[in-house]
Design a protein around this ligand. Structure first.
Ligand code: NAD
Ligand code: GLY
Length: 359
């Protein structure tokens, strides 16, 4: 079992990475106090992994709240269901929540923990690759508003994160590959040797070789921890984690969240951002091609579909919440492993990059 220590201004906590962590009592017991425990999961993950978690909790009594599966349930209504459950349990300040599931379960449970009695302890047991390498670490919690993703939320750090990489055995390939987009992102923004390693190990990762998967998760979490520890509340460097996300969100909203998983849209967005970086002379020609080639090894889309209207996409970009009055703020690349926050791309630059990255 690998342990990564997250050290932030507001909190310190361990992230455990390895197969079968869910059942290991020694990973859970030290981070649970005496209060009641509420496990939150969804109707897909609970039947798969609740028993394993129960083993890890070592016979300790706990309550369970199962929410419906899917991003469309990441709402205030579902969040209120968790709060109602806590009230029904007469949960006190020493109550602790455990999120067992993907990023949706983690975000919503974390936000319930942030709000109940102004904040109670919560622990993360992420079961998708995306949640393991990104969503479970760093303390962003929240729910969607009908007019925008993640518009309601809070920063609330977990007390520990148990990444049981064996849970990936049941994750559908498309979901696994979507998580790979966020993994490739770490190499692209801040870790060139990791990018090289991903290129060299892509086949083993795609075949889900256990040692390669654990090393990949470890290196991803270490990169996220390094960035978040410098900027916990995203006033600066944490925004680099959004490489490809502005284009990605525009693609998701223009396709009504129906055509792409988040990671798929981010993959197209990263290549578009790299093309824009090349065009602007920030990085060398071939950077976008190299990123696209690596993403392609995980069957991720990298081109903007031909049927999408680029003018509408450009309009959606400006509505992205990362846009600010002083110019569209985009994460661009100076090289593989070096990202910058840039406000100097003109509308024409952006349109050209999108045209160049069209299928
Ligand atoms: P998800 O939680 O919807 O999970 C994807 C699907 O996989 C779901 O159907 C889920 O039930 C299923 N699943 C989960 N684990 C499984 C397993 N082991 N085996 C089989 N099926 C399994 O989606 P996601 O991609 O994990 O997360 C996306 C969410 O994460 C979005 O809401 C996004 O906003 C959020 N997010 C948050 C952060 C953050 O920093 N807090 C970062 C990135 C993304
Ligand atoms: N997923 C981006 C962040 O945690 O900041």
């Amino acid at each position: 079992m690998i342990t990564i220590d997250i050290e932030l201004e507001s909190a310190r906590y361990p992230v455990y990475v390895g197969r079968n962590g869910l059942v290991r009592e020694e990973l859970w017991a030290p981070h649970l106090g005496d209060g009641a425990v509420l496990v939150v999961s969804n109707d897909r993950v609970a039947p798969l992994y609740l028993d394993s978690l129960a083993t890890g909790l070592g016979g300790r009594a706990f309550d369970v709240h199962v929410i419906p599966d899917g991003e469309r349930h990441k709402t205030v209504t579902t969040w209120k269901g968790i709060i109602d459950k806590l009230v029904d349990m007469q949960a006190r300040r020493d109550t602790q929540l455990i999120a067992l599931g993907g990023g949706v379960v983690g975000d919503i449970t974390g936000f319930a923990a942030a709000a109940y009695m102004r904040g109670v302890r919560f622990l993360q047991a992420p079961t998708t690759l995306l949640a393991q390498v990104d969503a479970s670490v760093g303390g962003k919690t929240g729910v969607n508003h009908v007019r925008g993703k993640n518009l309601i939320g809070a920063f609330h750090q977990p007390a520990s994160v148990v990444i049981d990489s064996a849970t990936l055995d049941t994750l559908p390939k498309r979901e696994f590959n979507a998580g790979m987009a966020e993994v490739v992102k770490y190499g692209a923004i801040c870790d060139a040797p990791f990018f090289d390693w991903l290129e060299a190990n892509a086949d083993r990762i795609a075949a889900r070789a256990g040692d390669a998967i654990d090393e990949m998760i470890r290196r991803s979490v270490e990169n996220k921890a390094r960035i978040v520890s410098q900027d916990e509340k995203e006033s600066g460097v944490r925004a680099l984690l959004n490489l490809g996300h502005s284009f990605g969100h525009a693609l998701e909203s223009e396709t009504a969240y129906a055509d792409f998983l988040h990671g798929e849209a981010v993959a197209i967005g990263m290549v578009t951002a790299a093309m824009l970086s090349e065009q602007r002379g920030l990085c060398s020609t071939g950077t976008a091609e190299r990123i696209g080639a690596l993403l392609g090894r995980f069957d991720l889309p990298v081109r903007i579909p031909a049927h999408l209207d680029l003018t509408r996409l450009a309009a959606a970009l400006e509505l992205d919440k990362k846009a600010v009055a002083s110019g569209l703020r985009l994460v661009l690349l100076q090289d593989i492993g070096t990202a910058v926050i840039d406000r100097d791309s003109s509308a024409k630059n952006i349109m050209n990059a999108m045209e160049n990255n069209r299928a």
